[in-house]
Design a protein around this ligand. Structure first.
Ligand SMILES: Cc1cc2nc3c(=O)[nH]c(=O)nc-3n(C[C@H](O)[C@H](O)[C@H](O)COP(=O)(O)O)c2cc1C
Length: 302
C-alpha cells in the first residue's frame, strides 16, 4: 500500500502529522514516538520576539475536549534557529515550521529568517490563534489572509500552508483567498473560541477568560469545514480537529482532507499518531484503495 501523499511540491511519507502546540519541539517526545513513522511534525508556533504567553490557568478539561489559552508562549525565532532547528532537522520526517506575526510584515520577517535554513519542508502560517489579544486573527478577513500570504510568498521560496480559523461563518472566501495568494495547502481547523465558567466563584476558569476548544468534541464541526473548503479550492486541505482514532482519519480523508494533523490526542495518548499511520493500509484496503489519494474527497453527499 502506498501511503505517501503529495501536498503541493512536498511528498509526505504518510498523511498523519502532529499538530502545532501539542508536540512541543519534538525533543519532548523522543523515546516515546518513532518519528520515522509520522508523515510530519509541526512544532509549537514561533514568533519574532519571545513571548511569555497568557497568565495561568491557561488550560482546562471540558467534556470530550479541552480549552486552552496558552497565548503563543515561545522563545522567539532566534532561539528556535539556534536551539531547536539543529535537532529538528535531523529527524527522519518532514518538518513544517509554524509561525505567527502581529502584522503581515512580521510574518514576512519570520519567513525571511527561515527561508534559507536547511531542513524545513514547509511553513505553516498560524493566521488564526484565538488566544492572543491585539488582533492576531488574520484569517477572519479574506483580504488580510491574502496579504499575509502574499508578503510571505515574496520573501520565502518554501511551500506555504495557511492555517485557518473555524471562528467564521463561511470558510469558503478565506480558503479561496489563501489559494489565490499562493498557499500550497490549507490547514483546517484551529480551535473554536469557548468559555469555561466557575459558577461558585462567578469567575471564568481561564485567566484569559476565553480559550480555544479542541479534542473529540470539535470533530464534527471540523469535518464540516474541511468538506466545504475541499470542494471550494484546488489546493490540498489538511484536516485537523478532534482526531483520535483510525476511523477519524478515514472520515477526514473521505470528506476531502489530503492529510491530517493530530493535536489534543497526543496529550492523553502520545503514541496515537504512529499507531494510526501503521493501521492505515488495512483501512484503505477495506475501501479497495491502492493509495491514499484514491479515497480523498470521495464522500457522496448528494
Ligand atoms: C494546548 C494547545 C496548544 C496549541 N498551540 C498551537 C499553536 O501554538 N499553534 C497553532 O497553530 N495551533 C495550536 N493549537 C491548535 C492545534 O494545533 C489544533 O489546530 C487544534 O487543537 C485542533 O486539533 P485537535 O482537536 O486535534 O487538538 C494548540 C492546541 C492546543 C490544545
Amino acid at each position: 500500500m502506498d501511503l505517501s501523499v503529495r501536498i503541493g511540491q512536498l511528498t509526505l511519507r504518510n498523511p498523519v502529522l502532529v499538530a502545532s502546540g501539542t508536540f512541543g519541539y519534538a525533543r519532548e517526545m523522543a523515546g516515546i514516538v518513532d518519528f520515522s513513522r509520522l508523515g510530519g511534525i509541526i512544532p509549537k508556533t514561533i514568533t519574532l520576539q519571545p513571548r511569555r504567553g497568557n497568565a495561568l490557568p491557561r488550560s482546562v478539561e471540558t467534556p470530550c475536549g479541552m480549552l486552552n489559552a496558552i497565548g503563543l508562549d515561545n522563545d522567539g525565532v532566534e532561539h528556535f534557529v539556534q536551539h531547536h532547528l539543529p535537532y529538528l532537522r535531523t529527524l527522519p520526517t518532514a518538518l513544517v515550521v509554524n509561525i505567527a506575526g502581529k502584522s503581515a510584515a512580521e510574518f514576512a520577517a519570520l519567513a525571511e529568517r527561515l527561508a534559507d535554513q536547511p531542513g524545513i519542508a514547509a511553513l505553516e502560517l498560524n493566521l488564526s490563534c484565538p488566544n492572543v489579544s491585539g488582533g492576531l486573527d488574520f484569517a477572519t478577513e479574506p483580504r488580510l489572509t491574502h496579504e499575509v500570504i502574499r508578503q510571505v510568498r515574496r520573501v520565502c521560496p518554501l511551500p506555504i500552508w495557511a492555517k485557518l480559523t473555524p471562528n467564521v461563518t463561511d470558510i469558503v472566501p478565506l480558503a479561496r483567498a489563501a489559494e489565490e495568494a499562493g498557499a500550497e495547502a490549507i490547514s483546517l481547523v484551529n480551535t473554536f473560541v469557548g468559555l469555561a465558567v466557575d459558577w461558585r466563584r462567578r469567575r471564568p476558569v481561564l485567566a484569559n477568560v476565553t480559550g480555544g476548544l479542541s479534542g473529540p468534541a470539535i470533530k464534527p464541526l471540523a469535518l464540516r469545514f474541511v468538506w466545504q473548503a475541499a470542494r471550494a479550492v484546488r489546493i490540498p486541505v489538511i484536516g485537523i480537529g478532534g482526531i483520535t482514532t483510525l476511523d477519524d482519519v478515514m472520515e477526514f480523508l473521505v470528506a476531502g482532507a489530503s492529510a491530517v494533523q493530530i493535536g489534543t490526542a497526543n496529550f492523553f495518548d502520545p503514541t496515537v499518531t504512529m499507531r494510526i499511520a501503521d493501521a492505515l493500509p488495512e483501512a484503505l484496503a477495506t475501501l479497495g484503495a491502492r493509495c491514499v489519494r484514491d479515497i480523498v474527497g470521495t464522500l457522496q453527499a448528494d
